[in-house]
Design a protein around this ligand. Structure first.
Ligand code: CU
Length: 149
């Protein structure tokens, strides 16, 4: 007697799941051609979040995609997961290009000052046009952060 209700429930779950995913698939099939043909770059920049990986490559510089101390351009209203792997070089988002923990920019920033982990930066609508990323100890490990709309 106990087995049948269980199997029935299982069947219902499968049925409900199938129904829930069906409309999505149908929409994808009927998406307008213009939308389907949207350039890859445009859809990338329109995402609400993005991952940025920062390392040191064992040197006294920060690297993003193998570029040394690059200028970063971030958008207001977008959230960035900055994956930091820079042992010995705590990374800070700052309002002023500087060493130590001074001038940390904290609006929308979680885990600022890490060297191993993720600094999350949800760029506020009122963020200034220019910020910086800095090593806590070495001034030559730094870069400019351009904030755009
Ligand atoms: Cu450093």
């Amino acid at each position: 007697m106990h087995k049948r209700p269980f199997l029935f429930s299982l069947a219902m779950i499968v049925l409900v799941s199938a129904c829930a995913t069906a409309p999505k698939a149908a929409n994808a099939d009927t998406a307008p051609a213009s939308e389907a043909a949207a350039p890859q770059a445009a859809s990338e920049s329109n995402k609400t979040s993005e991952v940025i990986k920062i390392s040191t490559n064992g040197k006294y510089s920060f690297y993003v995609n193998d570029v040394e101390n690059p200028e970063l351009t971030l958008k207001r209203g977008k959230t960035y997961q900055i994956e930091v792997d820079t042992p010995g070089h705590p990374l800070w988002i700052k309002s002023k290009d500087s060493v130590t923990t001074d001038n940390a920019y904290s609006d929308g920033v979680t885990n600022n000052g890490t060297y191993k982990g993720t600094v999350t930066f949800a760029v506020p609508a009122d963020a200034p046009a220019t910020l910086f990323y800095n090593c806590q100890y070495h001034l030559m490990m730094h870069g400019k952060v351009n904030i755009i709309d």
